[in-house]
Design a protein. Structure first.
Length: 385
């Protein structure tokens, strides 16, 4: 009985200490981010950005179900360094590799909650904004950043899911001492941001403790929310990929049809095919011209189009020929262009029909769609300096 009374007293004292620390805070979910420089206290927007908060909380608590077996059950953020710190911009952490390329082994969607007028509820409008780092839409994982100042260009691109706060009990202490309004504002800013602003590259996240105040916060089931939301995201991603594949198929079928029509008008049937698949049609010969070699500079006029006739670029008529060298590793040429030009001499013109695998590949890039064959019209103006 005596032991029971002591235990009850201990729990009451412990509970009152916790309540005193967080006195004045509204109900919600908070995070105490402890670093080697001190503690950063943050409010999390669990109601408005449930998936992002569920991800953060589950990683912090070691309850995230998507982690690989070797780290499952471990508190993910403990010991991770702030790998990127830019003065007067932000501090970034959450990468277990410390390189900026690491993540938790999965991706999930952005959350940009808006009001009835379609205005973003949360923006990067202040110092101390907690937001997700990403490499584009739908690429969130474990990396996050905290701003040093207002960064509005990030709005609608990075999910804001919390903000740095000062504990009301600490604020009250300063208000009791500092009466001048200007000095008070500076003192309160300093209280909120001192630790954040002291963070340097390779400083360490020692731990992140999640604080729940109120019934809603205590019933927030991060594992359930995370599991349900990421399943929806994975399904949408799968559906989106299927739609994209179908669109690519339709586009490519049209491209091949248009290619056949266009190339028939530019004498592809007269071209000579090499073992690589390149086709070359000489339109002007100069057997006595200097032979092109890969280690001397060239002055070249060229016209470039997709094989369906879509014009991409041309120097003809511009009086601005391309000066290049085929073995230049700083400005590498595509394989089909190099092969064709090496078959030419100064003063010659040729048309190169280049298959996609000697051009910009299966994925394409820039103005070049995936698996796009291309056509070069090339004139060698000068070989050597």
């Amino acid at each position: 009985m005596k032991y029971f009374k002591v235990l009850v007293v201990f729990l009451i004292v412990f509970s009152s200490c916790r309540s005193a620390k967080y006195k004045g805070l509204e109900d919600g979910i908070y995070a105490e981010l402890k670093t080697n420089k001190g503690e950063i206290f943050m409010q999390l927007h669990a109601k408005e950005t449930p998936m992002t908060v569920a991800n953060f909380v589950s990683l912090a608590n070691g309850t995230n179900p998507k982690l690989v077996d070797s780290i499952k059950g471990k508190k993910f953020f403990d010991g991770i360094k702030f790998h990127r710190v830019i003065k007067d911009f932000m501090v970034q952490g959450g990468d277990p590799t410390g390189t900026g390329r690491g993540n938790a082994g999965y991706r999930f969607h952005d959350e940009f909650p808006r009001d009835t007028a379609k205005v973003l509820l949360f923006t990067h409008n202040d110092a101390g904004i907690l937001s997700m780092a990403n490499s584009g839409p739908g690429t969130n994982s474990s990396q996050f950043f905290i701003t040093h100042k207002e960064t509005p260009w990030l709005d609608g691109k990075h999910t804001v899911f919390g903000k740095v706060l000062s504990l009301p009990t600490e604020v009250d202490k300063i208000k009791a001492i500092v009466k001048d309004s200007t000095k008070l504002a500076l003192a309160l800013d300093s209280l909120k941001l001192t630790v954040l602003n002291s963070i340097e590259k390779n400083d360490t996240i020692q731990s992140i403790e999640i604080v729940r105040l109120g019934n809603a916060a205590k019933s927030f089931d991060e594992v359930k929310i995370f599991t349900e939301e990421i399943a929806k995201f994975d399904e949408k991603t799968k559906e989106g990929k299927a739609r994209q594949e179908e669109a690519d198929k339709v586009r490519y079928e049209k491209f091949l049809k248009d290619q056949k029509t266009y190339e028939a008008t530019i004498d592809v049937a007269k071209a000579t095919k090499t073992s690589s698949g390149l086709k070359i049609l000489m339109t002007k010969s100069n057997p006595n011209g200097k032979k092109v070699v890969d280690n001397v500079p060239l002055d070249v006029n060229y016209g470039l189009s997709l094989a369906d006739g879509t014009v991409v670029q041309s120097t003809f008529g511009q009086n601005r020929p391309l000066t290049c060298q085929l073995n230049d590793t700083k400005r590498p040429m595509i394989a089909g262009f190099k092969e064709g030009v090496l078959m030419m001499r100064e003063g010659e013109r040729a048309r190169l029909f280049i298959p996609y695998y000697l051009a910009y590949g299966e994925r394409g890039g820039g103005p070049f769609p995936p698996k796009a064959d291309i056509v070069f019209d090339v004139e060698i103006l000068k070989v050597g300096k």
